[in-house]
Design a protein around this ligand. Structure first.
Ligand SMILES: CC(C)(COP(=O)(O)OP(=O)(O)OC[C@H]1O[C@@H](n2cnc3c(N)ncnc32)[C@H](O)[C@@H]1OP(=O)(O)O)[C@@H](O)C(=O)NCCC(=O)NCCS
Length: 224
């Protein structure tokens, strides 16, 4: 889900804050973040008899068909969760998020048929505090027919690799508490933890959590 309600707690600015802003600026200036990933095998997904290619685009670079598919898949997968939330669903608000000038979109499509299969909307942003830089995952959507085939896990490992390539501190995301499949996917399968900027860590009531995974700059590359 989106990260629109997210707030940083403002602590830890100063020199560290300047460094974080500098890292974010470098990342935002990069034309193709995928070109910085060290492990080039991450640029395609060849598991479970799938043959999928990964692309990265800004919104205006995508054709109308791809843009329409992104908004429709998000509505198909997420509308019921938004309807149950305090905000409700707004297609026009979601479109605004996708069109934001720093938005990037990882798009996964079938190498043979070019069919669109999954996408991630992400941005380089300040993290839970002003001294942290983050790859913020605004959206992860897999078409229903291709869920449970390892694609979500793979795309999150691509985001992690992007975070590492640009020296980001964390990968972060917002998830509805009532989206229990996604909550378990991030927290139990991928070992994301509740970020200190999440409402539940700030004595606030909300129907969402902010989760994070620290990017280990020295450890081994994440497996597909
Ligand atoms: C949540 C979502 C992104 C997961 O992607 P995916 O490609 O289906 O997940 P993966 O195949 O990579 O699953 C990895 C593991 O997560 C867990 N998992 C994923 N989906 C699950 C489900 N529906 N039920 C139970 N466990 C699930 C399992 O442990 C799975 O491993 P396994 O299949 O070997 O048991 C995908 O289901 C989706 O697009 N859902 C709708 C949109 C959504 O909720 N997006 C997240 C918004 S924040």
């Amino acid at each position: 889900m989106s990260a629109i309600k997210r707030r940083t707690n403002g602590s830890g600015g100063g020199q560290k804050g300047c460094r974080a802003m500098a890292l974010i600026s470098v990342a935002n200036d990069c034309l193709n973040p995928l070109s910085k990933i060290v492990d080039q095998t991450l640029l395609s997904y060849r598991e479970n008899q799938l043959n999928l290619d990964l692309e990265c685009h800004r919104w205006p670079e995508m054709d109308d068909q791809c843009q329409q598919w992104i908004i429709q898949l998000t509505e198909d997968n997420m509308k019921t969760y938004y309807d149950e939330s305090s905000n409700g669903w707004s297609r026009s608000n979601k479109l605004k998020e996708f069109r934001h000038k720093t938005s990037r979109h990882l798009v996964l499509r079938c190498a043979d048929t070019r069919r669109l299969i999954a996408f991630v909307h992400f941005r380089f942003e300040v993290g839970g505090t002003d001294s942290e830089s983050a790859v913020y995952c605004y959206e992860l959507q897999v078409v229903a027919s291709h869920q449970r085939l390892g694609i979500g896990r793979y795309l999150m490992s691509c985001l992690y690799a992007i975070g590492r390539a640009f020296n980001m501190h964390k990968v972060m995301l917002t998830v509805f508490k009532h989206n229990t499949i996604a909550m378990d996917f991030y927290a139990k399968t991928l070992k994301y933890r509740i970020d200190r900027s999440s409402p539940s860590r700030c004595q606030m009531n909300a129907d969402y959590e902010i989760l994070c995974l620290t990017v280990d700059k020295k450890g081994p590359q994440i497996d597909k």
